[in-house]
Design a protein around this ligand. Structure first.
Ligand SMILES: Cc1cc2nc3c(=O)[nH]c(=O)nc-3n(C[C@H](O)[C@H](O)[C@H](O)COP(=O)(O)OP(=O)(O)OC[C@H]3O[C@@H](n4cnc5c(N)ncnc54)[C@H](O)[C@@H]3O)c2cc1C
Length: 471
């Protein structure tokens, strides 16, 4: 049987058979029993039906998959951890290049380096590096893939001490649109290396990532402290004031949320708005205890769960709240600051939200993210004081469009303080996001890299940098 899109046969059986014979990994077709499981992505808002899913066992399969998609003129979706909010890692009728079977990692404890394959999640990555007390900035939810997060930038608990994840990328192996394997680093293909660090999946399929690691943990001072709605404005203002003098070791996030019915929060606040201040101190536990103390006395906490804990435990603390299979809409923006009026706007917007889960995450920027040279990577907005992520989530599609509308409305309400976008924190694909994320000079340089490495725009399921011939 041929692969079909709707009623249309798009690829003959003989061609598919040739592809299958050339792979070490597995080819999954719509008629296969595992198809529905293989096509599922984290965000159930994207329920798509690819013609073929190529589960790559290694780089040779990736080369074959890229050549196949190009020669058959098929849409290409690249998947690692399948966490794309915008649904980039699946498609209707095209090919999914699924890298999730590629989970190798080699840690060099003495050299503080790791070479990792793109199918790894942060959970597996941290497991391997924490065995040696090492880490690099990873995502806040440990089921997120390392590659997608790194290529977009990478915001996490080590941001202020160690920089963005992409700041710690030392080299990457990339299969480009012409099926060639190149290594990108400061010395080889430097423009590609520059573009990979913030430019997303525009330039090819990354088959290996080399990271610089930092001594972190295994025990760190970390965790959340929660405050009641009545104290929300005071807590947010107090947190904002503290961020002005926070040491770079301390990376924090303020979260405006509806308290979930979890045992570590008093029943009285379940279903009520609360503010969580969450942080990690990347240094000695005693220093962290001291540095985080002011965060714990911003008002009378309803629950204070800060304390010494394994870094790996902190990395998976939020996992149960962000499982796969729900409908999610995220939109984010960089903020120049957080004056009282912005805090009031956020609190009013949160109160107006109706989604079963709706949260406003304020990541504190600065530190190593800001200290890296401007223009040194394609990730552009290093001067953001805060990074706002607006999240709406519901178990099914009922009311989802309204919830997404609330998220967009909140983004708009924050326009006076917005300075730019972040490609990893948005459900909205398209040129508005691209323009917001990359200032004109950065964008022009990305277009030049796209022209060189993907002139026909084979890789367009991403926040797309259009090659200059394809405007
Ligand atoms: C629950 C959750 C928590 C998150 N937390 C954070 C966070 O703390 N910090 C943060 O910065 N971001 C965070 N994100 C956003 C996340 O970084 C992006 O969604 C990222 O794209 C996910 O990577 P992935 O490999 O899991 O996704 P996938 O869906 O597999 O990939 C997304 C896209 O990235 C590109 N890509 C992925 N792998 C490759 C590759 N090997 N080669 C080329 N292109 C590739 C492709 O365009 C692909 O379609 C979070 C997302 C979710 C859903």
């Amino acid at each position: 049987m041929a692969a079909t899109v709707g009623e249309r046969d798009i690829i003959g059986e003989a061609t598919i058979g040739e592809l299958e014979a050339a792979l070490r990994g597995q080819l999954v077709r719509p008629t296969d029993p595992g198809y529905d499981q293989a096509r599922a992505v984290w965000n159930a808002a994207h329920d798509r039906h690819p013609a073929l899913i190529i589960r790559c066992a290694g780089t040779a399969d990736v080369v074959r998959a890229v050549e196949f998609a190009r020669s058959e003129g098929l849409t290409v979706a690249v998947r690692g951890g399948a966490h794309s909010i915008a649904g980039f890692s699946t498609c209707d009728g095209g090919v999914v290049i699924d890298l999730s079977p590629m989970q190798g990692i080699r840690v060099d404890p003495a050299g503080r380096r790791a070479v990792a394959q793109p199918g790894l999640t942060w959970s597996a990555f941290d497991h391997e590096t924490q065995a040696f007390g090492l880490a690099v900035t990873g995502g806040l939810v440990s089921s997120t893939g390392i590659a997608g997060l790194t290529l977009g930038g990478g915001i996490g608990w080590l941001l202020r001490k160690c920089g963005l994840t992409c700041d710690n990328l030392l080299s990457a192996d990339v299969v480009t649109a012409d099926g060639q394997l190149v290594t990108a680093s400061e010395d080889e293909h430097p423009e590609l290396f520059w573009a990979l660090r913030g430019g997303g999946g525009n330039f090819g399929v990354v088959t290996s990532l080399e990271y610089r690691l930092h001594p972190v943990g295994p025990l760190v001072f970390a965790g959340p402290v929660f405050y009641a709605a009545a104290d929300a404005a005071q807590v947010l203002r107090g947190w904002r004031d503290l961020t002005a003098t926070m040491p770079d070791e301390l990376t924090t996030l303020a979260n405006i949320l509806v308290a979930p019915p979890v045992p570590f929060l008093p029943e009285a606040v379940h279903g009520q708005m609360v503010v969580g201040i969450i942080g990690v101190y990347a240094g000695p536990v005693e220093d962290g205890t001291r540095a985080a103390q002011p965060l714990r006395t911003l008002a009378e906490p309803v629950a204070d769960l800060m304390g010494p804990m394994p870094y790996a435990a902190m990395q998976s603390l939020l996992d149960p709240l962000w499982t796969a299979g729900a409908q999610n809409y995220f939109t984010g923006t960089m903020l120049s600051g957080l004056p009282d009026e912005a805090i009031e706007t956020l609190l009013a917007q949160h109160a107006a939200g109706q989604a079963p889960v709706h949260e406003l995450h304020l990541h504190h920027g600065g530190g190593a993210m800001a200290n890296a040279p401007a223009g040194g990577t394609a990730f552009a907005h290093r001067d953001a004081a805060y990074i706002l992520n607006i999240l709406a989530r519901s178990p099914d599609h009922e009311g989802f469009d309204e919830h997404a509308g609330w998220a967009r409305g909140t983004h708009q309400a924050m326009d006076p303080w917005s300075t730019g976008g972040y490609v990893n924190f948005t459900s909205e694909p398209g040129q508005d996001t691209v323009r917001a994320s990359y200032p004109p000079g950065t964008h022009a340089r990305l277009v030049a890299a796209k022209d060189q490495y993907d002139p026909t725009n084979l890789f367009q399921l991403n926040q797309n940098i259009r090659p200059s011939g394809r405007r």
